[in-house]
Design a protein around this ligand. Structure first.
Ligand code: CP
Length: 308
């Protein structure tokens, strides 16, 4: 049987990405459709989440599916030593699809190999966050009118940030120029820079973050310094406030610039930026609902044709 899991965005071709964006657009037009009536969606969150879990659950509800799952693994038998494999085997007895977030890189891949039902990776450690990428691509497409030939600035924690890792892989089809803005401690890892070189993705690295550096940006993708990924808290303290975007920095930026952030933010975007028409992060999170309706349908075999 075909494995319809979504583990990494690298599995999506350009055609598949554009197809999924069209599905998301249809769901934005009509979010409530009972096409998953009778289906059960399981959300297994071994790590904290607000947006990803609630938007997947909202997507399932709006499509007529029922939702089971947990947001705190301490309240499950994994706290008694049950393995991930056994948990997946059990939940697949009850659900038609499993949406899973896990702290271990590769956990979603492993789950997809043992699961008889599709797995949707809702984030695995510092590795990948493909459903976030689909909503990021949808947000970029909506605000720029295209995914092609854009200047995309990734700012902050590029070492542990799974959202930026997924996004740069997805953008390989669209001829971007990336600017990586990070302190030395949080630079884009070599494996992703190698990925860029192998896929002819142009990139420039910076450690400064100021008005001049961002003047040509089409997309400014801010990220949080993720305290939970650090083993050395002294290092976290050194870098936690390294970049803060303030509204004054936007004065000379392009009119089409949009500021994205996967959220949650801590202090990397000052609150005065929220009033700028260039701030798009809350609409971006709303787009997650439509992108995730599309993903749930796709992994369950519902096609674009079925929803037109
Ligand atoms: N963007 C994102 O993954 O947010 P949550 O951690 O709240 O799900």
């Amino acid at each position: 049987m075909e494995n319809r899991s979504l583990v990494t965005i690298a599995e999506y071709s350009k055609e598949k990405i554009l197809y999924m964006l069209e599905m998301a657009k249809q769901f934005e037009k009509t979010p409530n459709r009972k096409i998953l009536q009778g289906k059960v969606v399981a959300t297994l969150f071994f790590e904290p989440s607000t947006r990803t879990r609630l938007s997947f659950e909202t997507a399932a509800n709006r499509l007529g599916a029922r939702v089971i799952g947990f947001s705190d693994p301490k309240a499950t038998s994994s706290s008694k030593g049950e393995t991930l494999k056994d948990t997946i085997m059990m939940v697949s007895n009850y659900a038609d699809v499993i949406v899973m977030r896990h702290h271990l890189e590769g956990a979603a891949r492993y789950a997809s190999e043992v699961s008889p039902v599709p797995i949707v990776n809702a984030g695995d450690g510092a590795n990948q966050h493909p459903s976030q990428t689909m909503l990021d691509l949808y947000s970029i497409y909506k605000t720029q009118g295209t995914l092609e030939n854009l200047n995309i600035y990734l700012v902050g924690d590029l070492k542990y940030g799974r959202t930026v890792h997924s996004l740069l892989m997805a953008m390989r089809h669209f001829n971007p120029v990336f600017h990586f803005i990070a302190p030395e401690e949080l630079k884009m890892p070599e494996e992703y820079k190698m990925y860029c070189r192998q896929n002819n993705i142009r990139y420039v690295e910076h450690t400064d973050f100021n008005e001049e550096i961002i003047a040509d940006a089409d997309i400014l993708y801010m990220t949080r310094v993720q305290r939970e990924r650090f083993t050395d808290m002294m290092e976290y303290e050194r870098v936690k406030n390294v970049y803060i975007l303030r509204s004054k920095m936007l004065e000379q930026t392009r009119p089409n610039l949009r500021i994205l952030h996967p959220l949650p933010r801590v202090n990397e975007i000052a609150y005065d930026v929220d009033d700028s028409p260039k701030a798009y992060y809350f609409q971006q999170a709303l787009n997650g609902l439509y992108a995730r309706e599309a993903i749930l349908c796709d992994v369950l075999g519902i096609t674009l044709q079925d929803i037109l």
